[in-house]
Design a protein around this ligand. Structure first.
Ligand code: PAD
Ligand code: ZN
Length: 355
């Protein structure tokens, strides 16, 4: 059951929800969240009801859901870093609730929990008003669901977190929805070399189509880092870990050239720790940058990304490997896990063949 929106909350009828690896981390047990939960944190839709005191949105608005709703008044929000909102980090994400500390979801009269304040694997969601970003109505509403997580994160990692300059050498480890978005942004930034790394050849082929200058298939390789280093022997200016395993993070740091920066975008299981040589890092003036949600400002950046989609600067079509009914959510997560699928959209209005 979904309760109506409370003050400063809106109900959104979901047009599409993207299936992201950050949903899979929950089903594999790598991340713990309050259960029962409704997964899904990437999505788009139409505002279908507004709660009291909502002034920024009205029924009928098209929105992309942001998985960091922000309070607007904590130190991080007022410093212009809304995706580091401390109220969200203390209240919403660990407890599976909305800003007032309660959930709008229930099963059989008992509370169920929101995932990252969104829970988009559903026909409708209730989210804080700051978790719904109004966008232009002529954009393809299903496809722009991807701007709510994967594309905003991958492109933001390059543009905001790393601020990759023209002429840079870049390696991107992992070419899923996030990594391929890093590729598109690196191309837009004018990077001289964009080396895409994955273990699935079809994803590397797509990376080339989206702007990669070189590819390295590390499937079965004895030393993936050596294979990538062969392409740019001096080391890279920027390496993006778009997978988030301890091994890929360590590989990313090991591939840096002098003055290079490793950007950790992919997220490992809770409690992981990686090793690096701090002396080598200091001596070579290198940096390790964490990247949450592409360091974006959702209400600034998501509408700009929509504009870029509409002008042809960003391609979403190649990132979408399927459109499936909501009842396929578990199967879609399995397909993402097996490495075969890219972004799959769950579309509530598609009826399941079996229902
Ligand atoms: P995905 O499963 O679509 O892509 C992962 C890619 O990595 C696939 O193409 C795999 O084939 C490839 N891969 C797997 N293992 C290896 C390996 N050993 N070597 C090379 N390639 C490999 O995931 P995604 O793009 O949805 O998400 C990627 C990560 O980013 C994941 O950890 C997710 O939780 C994280 C994420 N972080 C943020 C953030 O705010 N930092 C946002 C969204 C997603
Ligand atoms: Zn995500």
């Amino acid at each position: 059951m979904l309760a109506p929106p409370g003050p400063r909350e809106v109900e959104v009828t979901v047009a599409a929800a993207g299936v992201c690896h950050s949903d899979l981390h929950v089903t594999t047990g790598e991340w713990e969240v309050p259960i029962p939960t409704v997964l899904g944190h990437e999505g788009s839709g139409v505002v279908s009801a507004v709660g009291k005191d909502v002034t920024s949105l009205e029924v009928g608005d098209h929105v992309v859901l942001s998985w960091v709703a922000n309070c607007g008044s904590c130190r991080q929000c007022t410093a212009g870093r809304p995706v580091q909102c401390s109220t969200y980090a203390e209240v919403i994400s660990p407890n599976g609730v909305l800003f007032d500390g309660t959930s709008r979801l229930s099963v059989g009269g008992l509370p169920a929990y929101h995932y990252l304040g969104v829970s988009s694997f559903a026909e409708k969601v209730v989210v804080p008003d700051s978790g719904a970003v109004k966008v232009r109505k002529d954009a393809p509403l299903q496809d722009i669901a991807l701007l709510g997580c994967g594309v905003a994160t991958g492109m933001g990692a390059v543009t905001n977190t790393a601020q990759v300059p023209t002429g840079a050498t870049v390696a991107i480890i992992g070419c899923g929805g996030v990594g391929l978005s890093c590729v598109q942004a690196a191309k837009r930034a004018g990077a001289a070399r964009i080396v895409a790394v994955d273990i699935v050849q079809s994803k590397l082929d797509l990376a080339v189509r989206l702007g990669a200058t070189d590819t390295v298939n590390t499937a079965g390789g004895s030393d993936p880092a050596a294979d990538v280093r062969d392409v740019v022997p001096d080391g890279f200016d920027y390496v993006f870990d778009a997978i988030g395993r301890v091994t890929t993070t360590e590989t990313a740091i090991s591939l840096l050239g002098l003055g290079g920066a490793a950007v950790i975008v992919g997220m490992p299981p809770t409690g992981s720790s990686a090793r690096f040589d701090p002396l080598a890092l200091a001596a070579a003036d290198q940096r390790i940058l964490g990247c949450n949600y592409g360091s974006i400002v959702p209400h600034r950046d998501i509408p700009l990304l929509v504009d870029e989609v509409m002008s042809g600067g960003i391609e979403l079509g190649p990132l979408i490997s399927g459109r499936r009914p909501l009842s396929d959510a578990a199967a879609a997560l399995d397909d993402l896990s097996s490495g075969g699928a890219l972004r799959q959209l769950l579309i509530p209005e598609l009826a399941s063949a079996t229902s």
